[in-house]
Design a protein. Structure first.
Length: 266
């Protein structure tokens, strides 16, 4: 369960694209919009329900600049909660103009392991100010100008053109995580039609090159599917284990900016 929720916030942070130019009509070009809400079902081998995770898009402003407020939540349910409770909360604030984060909040409780951190991104000095509210500390770290956080990376990715990737092509992203800049890599596996609770959906398939010991063991294989349409929403995450698999599947959605394309057989 802990791995699945971490996956949902982390795996889609594994892409790298140059910042695209933005004009005054950028809002019409977004793959997402205010009011979008996605819910994912966490399970073991798509059979044993372990919990749910949601991601929601809101709007806000910062220093008179328009911004998105992204809220991600993950929680264990049912039998799992009896011996391992998970209650994770993530928030990212990103400027509409650049889709870069200026604030990130991480409050988690995973089986008693807790974190309460806030990150402020200063692009004038290229530093990240990390406030650890649990330990009452504040430290400053150097960052690059094209940095992303765990949530902002997903929404930056979704607004890029990724349909022209070639099979086997590897892409990467610089993300600030746990007081350091981390380079994540991802390999494009091709296009595929997958079966969802809504019907068959065209998807883009990726294989993260996972850093061993950080989330998964070396022998575990992670695969990610996102919708091959203008929304580019996550459809499924699957981590193959020695026995069975851990999965996160799109369970509910609302407020999409574009039609969700389902294949109907004649």
């Amino acid at each position: 369960m802990k791995k699945l929720i971490t996956l949902l916030m982390l795996i889609f942070s594994t892409y790298s694209f140059g910042q695209s130019s933005v004009n005054e009509n950028i809002e019409t070009k977004f793959a997402f919009q205010k009011g979008e809400w996605l819910k994912f079902r966490m399970s073991y081998s798509n059979f044993f329900n372990a919990g749910y995770s949601t991601i929601e898009v809101r709007e806000t402003t910062n220093n008179s600049k328009e911004a998105f407020h992204i809220i991600g939540k993950g929680k264990s349910t049912g039998f799992i909660s009896l011996f391992f409770k998970v209650n994770d909360n993530y928030e990212s604030f990103i400027y509409k103009e650049s889709l870069k984060p200026y604030r990130f909040i991480r409050k988690i409780n995973e089986g008693g392991h807790t974190k309460d951190k806030e990150i402020l991104f200063d692009y004038d000095t290229n530093h990240a100010i990390v406030k650890n509210h649990k330990h009452k500390t504040e430290k400053k770290y150097p960052i690059s100008s094209n940095i992303q956080d765990m949530l902002s990376s997903l929404y930056f990715l979704r607004n890029q053109q990724i349909n022209n990737l070639t099979i086997g092509e590897e892409i990467e992203l610089k993300m600030f995580l746990d007081q350091e800049i981390t380079n994540f890599k991802l390999r494009f596996l091709g296009k595929e039609i997958i079966k969802t609770k809504y019907g068959n959906v065209r998807a883009l398939k990726f294989r993260p090159i996972v850093q061993a010991g950080r989330v998964f063991k070396e022998q575990e294989s992670v695969t990610v599917w996102i919708s091959d349409d203008k929304n580019k929403i996550p459809l499924r995450i699957k981590a193959s284990l020695a026995v069975g698999s851990l999965r996160a599947d799109l369970d509910e959605f609302k407020g999409l900016a574009h039609p969700f394309n389902i294949i109907f057989n004649n």
